[in-house]
Design a protein around this ligand. Structure first.
Ligand SMILES: [Zn+2]
Length: 173
């Protein structure tokens, strides 16, 4: 937390106290550089994300729905349920860090695919088949070919595989 007097970024907490009926924490801090004291408040950020569906209708982002879709795609793979939870956490976190409060369902689908690509080819193709509404074997073959091309490249560049103007691109903090 930057000191309001000298802009130094390190401070120590002198005192923490719950306020607003437990909805926030008030912290009294002292700047390690100039010793000025200042107060910060910490609150849970609750910013609902709206998903715009393919047919143009809107609904609130539903974490458990996303998890269900991923669980279905990962059935009988060796991905643990803990790992699936972590994936959903990561995807949700990516949605949260984007400044957009509305996101297309396709963008979420692509995001999921970007993660599944590194987890399991089977899960990837299954999820793609549902999300892209595969019509037949041609679609499977095309997706497998894409998968092969993409995983021929570097393997751990999840964020980098997103288009540069994607709302999910994470800027390093
Ligand atoms: Zn200071």
């Amino acid at each position: 937390m930057q000191c309001p007097y000298c802009q130094h970024t390190s401070s120590r907490v002198l005192e923490s106290r719950c306020t607003e009926g437990g909805q926030s924490i008030r912290r009294r801090r002292e700047c390690l550089e100039c010793r000025h004291r200042f107060t910060t408040y910490e609150r849970i950020e609750f910013v609902p994300i709206t998903v715009i569906k393919r047919d143009g209708s809107r609904e609130s982002f539903d974490r458990s729905k996303l998890l269900r879709g991923i669980v279905r795609a990962c059935e009988k793979t060796d991905i643990s349920s803990g790992r699936l939870e972590t994936l959903v956490d990561e995807i949700e976190a990516q949605l949260m860090v984007s400044s957009q409060r509305e996101v297309n369902s396709q963008e979420i689908g692509e995001l999921v695919l970007n993660y599944l690509r590194y987890e399991s080819e089977v899960a990837y193709v299954r999820f793609a088949s549902v999300y892209k509404k595969f019509q037949g074997i041609k679609d499977f073959v095309a997706t497998l070919n894409q998968l092969q091309e993409s995983t021929g490249e570097q393997l751990d560049l999840r964020a980098a595989t997103l288009p540069p103007n994607s709302p999910f691109s994470i800027t390093p903090s």
